[in-house]
Design a protein around this ligand. Structure first.
Ligand SMILES: [Zn+2]
Length: 461
C-alpha cells in the first residue's frame, strides 16, 4: 500500500517538473523484449541519426567529419570506426560548450570521481529523462519495484548546500522513497552509526561505492546475525567491484549484489542481469566499442558514443575504463551484448590516524572545489601524508593551500602532517596501471615553497 503511495508521489513530481521519465522507461522496457538483431538494427539507425545531427548542429563535428571524409549518410560502421577518439582532455581544453547545442535548455552534470579530473556535461530535457529512465531500468533488472525504499551512500564534503538545491533534493528523495547517507571519514563509530541507520530505515536496496559497502560488511560480520542490517539488493556504483567484496557483502547482508557501469557523460550504460555474468550494455542508448591501442597500454578500453543526448553529443569518447565485450547469448534472455572483465578506475582508502580512513573519491571532490589541479595521488612517509598534485595552468599557491586546509579540516588529522607536492607527472604501477595510492617521494628531494601549520607546500624539481 505504502509503495503505491510513492509510485503516485513520483508521478506527481514528474508532472510538476514537466518530465516524462515514465514514458521513456516504457520505451526501454519494450526494447528489452526485442531480438538481438532488432536491437542491433535499432542501435545503428540511432547511431547514424545522432552522427548526422552532430554534423549539422555542432561545428566541431562538422569540421572533424569533413577532415576525415566521413559522411553519416553512408551508414558505414567501418568509416565511423576510423574517426579519432574524443577524450576528456580535449573537452576540458576546448570547453564543454564547444560540444553543446544551445538550442535546448541544457541541464549541467559534473562528471564523477571514477574517471579522473572532473568536467561539465550538459543534457537536453529528453536526454535527461532517458538517463533517469535508464536508472529505473537498472533497478528493475535488479528486482526492485518503484516506490520500494532505497538508500544511497554519497560523499559529505562538509560544504553547505544552497537552500533551493537542498529543497529540490529533499522532494526528489521523498518522491523516490530514497534516503541519502552522507559519509566523509570512516572509523568504527561512523560505521556503527551508518549500520544502525540502515537497520532503522530497512531499505530494499542500498547503492554506493563497493569499498564503502565492504567496510560496512566487515563491521557487520562481527555482530550476531540477528543484529545485522538486512537489505535485498546492493547495487555497486562508481568504482570497480571485486569478487572478494561481492562475496563478503552478499554473505554478510544476505543480499543480491548487482554491478552497474555508467558515468555522468552518458548516465547508466550497462547493468548486470540476474545471471550475474557480465553487464548487459544498454545498446538502445549507447554504442560501445572495446579498443586496444598504445594509449590504452594494449588493454581493452571502453569507448562510448551516446545515442540520445542532443544537448551535448559525444562521439567515440574514451572512458578510461577497461572491459571486453561479448555477444554470446545470456541465459536471462536479454537481447544485449555484455561487458565482461570490467575494470574502472580504482579508488583507494587513505589511512589517517587511529584506524580512521578516507576514500580518495572524497579527495577528488576537494580537489575539484579548489581548482587548479588535473589529478592527484596519495602516499605516506613516516608521520606525513603526501598528496602529489598534477597542476594545471591555473594552479596557484593559494589553491594548493586551500586544498591543504580543506583536507585537514575534513579528515580531522591532528598528529600527522600533510604535504601538498606539485609533480610534473604521476606514477604508474609496474603493470602500467594508475592507482591513487602511490610510493612516497623522499622529503629531502623536494623544494619547500611554503611551510604552514599543517605541513608543507612543496614542488618536485
Ligand atoms: Zn543476462
Amino acid at each position: 500500500m505504502l509503495r503505491w503511495f510513492f509510485v503516485l508521489a513520483h508521478r506527481v513530481a514528474e508532472k510538476k517538473e514537466k518530465r516524462d521519465i515514465t514514458g521513456e522507461f516504457r520505451k526501454l522496457t519494450e526494447t528489452d523484449h526485442l531480438s538481438p538483431e532488432q536491437v542491433s538494427n535499432f542501435q545503428q539507425a540511432r547511431l547514424f541519426e545522432m552522427l548526422d545531427y552532430a554534423r549539422r548542429k555542432i561545428p566541431y563535428y562538422a569540421k572533424l567529419f569533413t577532415e576525415h571524409g566521413f559522411d553519416p549518410a553512408e551508414r558505414s560502421i567501418v568509416h565511423f570506426q576510423k574517426l579519432p577518439f574524443l577524450t576528456k582532455g580535449i573537452i576540458r581544453q576546448l570547453g564543454s560548450e564547444t560540444f553543446c547545442n544551445s538550442e535546448y535548455p541544457l541541464a549541467p552534470r559534473k562528471t564523477g570521481g571514477s574517471t579522473g579530473p572532473k568536467m561539465m556535461v550538459y543534457y537536453d530535457p529528453k536526454g535527461l529523462d532517458i538517463t533517469a529512465a535508464a536508472h529505473r531500468r537498472c533497478l528493475r533488472w535488479a528486482g526492485k519495484k518503484t516506490g520500494e525504499k532505497e538508500v544511497h551512500f554519497s560523499s559529505d564534503l562538509g560544504v553547505p548546500i544552497h537552500p533551493i538545491d537542498a529543497r529540490r533534493e529533499y522532494w526528489k528523495c521523498f518522491s523516490l522513497n530514497r534516503e541519502n547517507i552522507l559519509i566523509n571519514i570512516y572509523d568504527q563509530d561512523k560505521l556503527r552509526a551508518i549500520h544502525e541507520r540502515l537497520r532503522r530505515i530497512k531499505p530494499v536496496l542500498v547503492q554506493g561505492f563497493p569499498s564503502m559497502a565492504y567496510l560496512l560488511a566487515q563491521y557487520a560480520e562481527k555482530l550476531p546475525p540477528g543484529e545485522r542490517a538486512r537489505f535485498r539488493i546492493y547495487e555497486a556504483t562508481g568504482e570497480t567491484l571485486y569478487h572478494f567484496q561481492r562475496k563478503k557483502i552478499e554473505e554478510t547482508f544476505h543480499c543480491k549484489v548487482f554491478d552497474r557501469w555508467g558515468n555522468a557523460e552518458f548516465g547508466a550504460t550497462a547493468h548486470e542481469c540476474k545471471k550475474h555474468s557480465g553487464l548487459h550494455i544498454f545498446s538502445d542508448l549507447v554504442y560501445i566499442e572495446s579498443i586496444k591501442d598504445e594509449e590504452s597500454g594494449g588493454m581493452p578500453e571502453l569507448v562510448v558514443t551516446g545515442l540520445t543526448n542532443r544537448g551535448m553529443p559525444l562521439v567515440r569518447y574514451r572512458t578510461g575504463d577497461l572491459g571486453d565485450i561479448t555477444w554470446e547469448p545470456c541465459g536471462c534472455g536479454l537481447p544485449y551484448p555484455r561487458i565482461i572483465n570490467l575494470q574502472g578506475r580504482i579508488h583507494d582508502l587513505i589511512p589517517l590516524e587511529e584506524g580512521k580512513v578516507m576514500s580518495t573519491e572524497l579527495l577528488l571532490d576537494i580537489m575539484d572545489r579548489c581548482g587548479g589541479m588535473d589529478d592527484f595521488q596519495v602516499a605516506e612517509i613516516g608521520d606525513r601524508i603526501q598528496i602529489h598534485v598534477l597542476p594545471d595552468r591555473e594552479c596557484t599557491l593559494e589553491k594548493l593551500q586551500d586544498m591543504q586546509n580543506r583536507f585537514v579540516k575534513l579528515s580531522q588529522i591532528r598528529t600527522k602532517k600533510l604535504d601538498i607536492v606539485t609533480v610534473p607527472k604521476l606514477q604508474l604501477t609496474s603493470a602500467g596501471k594508475f592507482r591513487y595510492r602511490t610510493e612516497p617521494l623522499q622529503c629531502d628531494t623536494l623544494k619547500v615553497r611554503l611551510a604552514t601549520e599543517y605541513g608543507n607546500i612543496c614542488e618536485q624539481p
